[in-house]
Design a protein. Sequence first.
Lengths: 264, 300
Amino acid sequence: MLKINGVYKTFNRGTINEKRALNGVDLTLNEGDFVTIIGGNGAGKSTLLNSICGVFPVDSGSIVIDDIDVTKLPEHKRAKYLGRVFQDPMMGTAADMWIEENMSLAYRRGQGRGLKWAITSKERKLYKEMLSQLGLGLEDRLSSKVGLLSGGQRQALTLLMAVMRKPKLLLLDEHTAALDPKTAETVLNLSDKFINEDNLTTLMITHNMKDAISHGNRLIMMHEGRVIYNVSGEQKKDLTVDDLLKKFADLSGEEFANDRALLN
Amino acid sequence: MLDFFGSIPGAVAQGMIWGIMAVGVYITFKIMDIADLTVDGSFATGGATLVVCVAAGMNTVLAMVIAFIVGCLAGLVTGVFHTKFGIPAILAGILTQLALYSINLRIMTQRANVPLSVDKYDLIISLRNIPNALIVTGLFVVVIIAVMYWFFGTELGHSLRATGCNQSMARANGINTDTNKIIGLVLSNGLVSLSGALLSQYQGFADINMGRGAIVIGLAAVIIGEVLLGKIFKNFALKLLSAVVGGIIYYIVITIVLQMGLNANDLKLLTAVVVAVFLGIPYWRRKVAERRTTVPKEVS
């Protein structure tokens, strides 16, 4: 489903701020894989997701989604294969537009956008049904501005918008990090539900090692722009947080340093 | 006093013409979140194109269509500067505006001012017949707002709004934000040019300087409309209408201060100050609100 081959990315090359963010990443995902990604500060987790999305071009290597080489495609053209939820709840929705308008934008991801009226009454019914799955009462607020919603509600809506077109690949970039613990749990449970229902191939970055172990069928650990640990199946299920910390120390020769993970 | 009331209908007509320009400014400034300075040039381009075309014997309506298209091209140039050359939007607009000064002079065959007599040509509006000008301009306002309401309700229109609101979100949903910015600039400058074409007929001439400060007048109209009607007008069509109403109020106020003895040369100064103050108000409000909610630091 996803094949990442030898991807390198250096930011600010040739300046004092030069930063090698991806240092030869190889990663293959099979259909239906749900992979959690952990790693310290600056390990390249977000850079990896952003290079899959095409936020910036990579220096070398290739990214293939479902046999389509997307390495050179601009961001908006890759979007039809992808569903994305950002860390910042403000980033995934248009604040000045209504809930139903945001949904209709996501519903047309990968389709042409012409001079047809943007929302049909049939769609409105569909959106209502979808929103009711969130259990947040948003189905009665179709014409509320998204800017009026709470961070958790916006993130749940972004998640729904990311999965409504059944993407080939769902990318979750610490999408619960900015939420309070209870809301974070709600959004994470919803993510699980959508991923299981549609058997979505998923990459999820998290700072919470417990979440990384308890969700998904695979786990990868990143360090200095490389995948240093890749585990799946029973072996992953049996992991503990201590195991992971030890593994990290063994493989990288450093203590695990992630500001957020330490606070948990 | 009689003088004053006598001059109101003319002020309303001019305000409506500038209101159409303000609808163009609304598209870039409010919807696309771009401060587009092309309009100072494209407004005069509209006037110049119309006057020259009509004087050459072209049908007036056709001349207005051409003025609209030429304005669209000006917006296209700014859009390409911005998205393909990577030039910041404000600077891209300034560059096009500067270039248009030469182009406008060429359109008017190197004359700074070209008259167009309503006696000789079949113009659709003129200040000689203000009731007619009010009706015709009013019709233009209604049709333009209706078309814009429709356009921004379509799939494409929605994607333009998303581009102006949140580019990350737009791109994540497969929207080409560069193309959309260009479309917004094209549409906006087309309307601005059309407004210039109407004004040149109304006043009976085109002038190389007729667009100087147009962006500020357009912003004034948008902001006045928003401040006065923003609380009641929630519908998109009504928001566009409030920009036109803002233009009308602006011209009525201008007429009043001129009759009170203000030097006409000081008008631009007055307009700039008024716009600066109104743009500052939301910022100051936020500052005050922040100060109220900040808890004083504890002294340890």
